[in-house]
Design a protein around this ligand. Structure first.
Ligand code: GDP
Length: 326
């Protein structure tokens, strides 16, 4: 059996790695990757499109999920929020406001209050994220893709909905016609995000929702171009297994927007951005058609059900460059 230290040594060259990550899927993958790569070899570019302003608080669900997960504080069962948190604040808040469908735990609320306090003092989101991470002992660099306000909205029969309203309140039951990244066109990418992309040797698209999580990151002007320009090896892991998202609306959103809801559909979205697509064993029949999109394909177990599977997937993504070339 390989112990983590052996894995460290096997990956002796420690490639400079950048991961594009959303929330739960991205964080699960990063749980494995951070067991392999030290902080100076890994930068994480995070999604801000899911951010929401509620009760005067600035909430960044995806950045927090990644931060809590790396800090070892996440509620593993839910995949988000803090373990052993309670929801008394929300019970009380029901007396004042009906928007209690967005679940904020009693301990979690401290993060949102502190983030909001720092933002109100004039600090950009990236600086605030650094401070939060530092205080929680997270040494990895989590870079919000932009400090500007970009918000994911979905156009539905019921009108334009904020992403969290669609995702949490409506439980993604309503059909979508379009996804809009409001503010993206005028947003400026975080200069650090551009810098790490330029210097990266490997860029990994985590198994996150390709439409809203990775899609929002790529919608910020300059990010997609920087990735295309970068000489890094680019790898994506499909969040879809057997035509379905492991959790959440990715497959449903893809279908409703006219994409194939499969790993092939994900690969088609990332066409011309990646060299390798990692898909699950259950999707082996899609290998040839994904190859035809102009990328290599690695077939493996992509279900991250425990720490070993997370580490194995992370190791495979890091080694994919040599695996497909050999
Ligand atoms: P969100 O913003 O919290 O929805 O998080 P992400 O966009 O990062 O992740 C959502 C995606 O993660 C979903 O499409 C899931 O299918 C995917 N996901 C979650 N767990 C797993 C897993 O174990 N394996 C794979 N391949 N995908 C996963």
């Amino acid at each position: 059996m390989l112990c983590v230290n052996t894995v460290f040594k096997k990956l002796a060259s420690f490639k400079k790695t950048v991961v594009l990550a959303g929330g739960v899927g991205g964080a699960r993958f990063l749980q494995g990757l951070t067991r392999i790569l030290p902080p100076d070899r890994l930068d994480i570019i995070g999604n801000v499109g899911d951010d929401i302003e509620l009760y005067g608080l600035h909430i960044s669900p995806d950045l927090d999920t990644v931060m809590y997960t790396i800090a070892g504080l996440v509620d593993e069962e839910k995949g988000w929020g803090l373990k052993k948190d309670s929801f008394n604040f929300l019970q009380m808040f029901k007396h004042y406001d009906c928007r209690t469908w967005f679940k904020i735990g009693d301990m979690d609320v401290a993060t949102h209050i502190f983030r909001t306090f720092l933002i109100q003092k004039g600090l950009p989101l990236s600086e605030v994220t650094k401070i939060l991470c530092h205080n929680l002992g997270v040494k990895y660099n989590i870079i919000p893709v932009t400090d500007d306000k970009v918000r994911t909205k979905v156009d539905t029969k019921e009108g334009l909905l904020d992403f969290q309203e669609y995702f949490v309140k409506k439980k993604f039951e309503v059909e979508i016609r379009k996804v809009i990244f409001e503010g993206a066109n005028d947003s400026i990418p975080n200069s650090n995000a551009l810098k790490v992309i330029e210097k990266a040797q490997i860029i990994i698209f985590a198994p996150s929702n390709p439409i809203v999580s990775i899609g929002c990151i790529l919608s910020v002007p300059g990010i997609k171009e920087a990735i295309k320009r970068s000489k890094a090896y680019k790898v994506a892991i499909s969040p879809i297994i057997g035509g379905k998202a492991v959790r959440g609306p990715a497959h449903k959103m893809m279908k409703e927007l006219g994409n194939e809801s499969s790993s092939f559909g994900v690969a088609a979205i990332y066409k011309e951005l990646i060299n390798v697509m990692i898909i699950d064993n259950r999707d082996v029949n899609l290998k040839t058609s994904i190859n035809d999109l102009g990328m290599s394909v690695i077939v493996t177990n992509t279900l991250m059900s425990n720490m070993d599977s997370k580490i194995n997937l992370a190791r495979l993504a890091l080694n994919s460059m040599s695996d497909v070339q050999s």
